[in-house]
Design a protein around this ligand. Sequence first.
Ligand code: AMP
Length: 295
Amino acid sequence: MSFIASEPEEAITKAEITQQAPAPAPGNPASPSQAESPARPRNAFTELMKPKPKSSPDSKHSHPSTASKLTRVFKDRDGLGAYLANPKAFPSSRVIYHNADFVAIHDLYPKASVHTLLLPRSPKHNRLHPFEAFEDPDFLAAVKAETDRLRHLVAKELKRRFGSGSRKEIEREEALAAAGEDADQSKLPPGRDWLAEVRTGVHLHPSMSHLHVHVFSRDMRSPCMKHRKHYNSFNTPFLVEMEDFPLSDDDPRRHGYQGYLDRNLVCWRCGKNFTNKFKALKEHLEEEFEKWKAE
Ligand code: AMP
């Protein structure tokens, strides 16, 4: 059964498929090389999960020679398979957790402050297009439940990183301090709903061959966000949200590529249309990021 009838387009670049990580932006914690740095302080993810061995196979894959590039482009569409085969081989800065059925990882080229991938291990499903894999209701239910678990972890991580600057969190902390230890929790301001800031979904035309669900913060702020197609792959129907599954038989997304990646660039937060001006959108996203954090 074919799920994509028309000419597909991809959300990631050849360099990403061949694992040539972009140069990190100075001081940006979302950059892949800093995420791998042993000097990086352990965060909520790493504290929540058991430590893993320190050796990282990632380093073996950097900068393939030009001669081998084409072969690598093809081969490395299987790059996510390494996490399924041996999650223990990766550091906790890459593999967040793993169990018999799933491996959760940090995306190597994050397109948001926190960008993770959930990889189902089921051999029966994990090489299928997501639309096909999710036709199996039991499998879909299991993936949705695990996606929700990872979503909660991402929300916790957002609170850890940005909570101290959030107006709603500050209001709650102040009310708590004023009311004292015996405060009636139900009367306190609720604080920020960080779960609402986390999105989950699959790409209409995935580039990597192993089934994966994106679980990420909505900010779209990352040095790895470098192209219109990067942005649009998460901000148009090219991202099929997990809550949309099971898809109805007549869902238009079943019928192929609809030019989603070439659409005008529209700010996820304020709706301003940047047409094809990616640089202007990037600058705007920095401003929106500051406002979003402070909500
Ligand atoms: P897509 O196939 O379009 O759903 O996206 C694949 C995702 O995998 C992208 O967000 C890439 O940044 C990410 N990615 C590609 N190679 C790796 C890798 N070796 N480790 C972790 N993430 C990767």
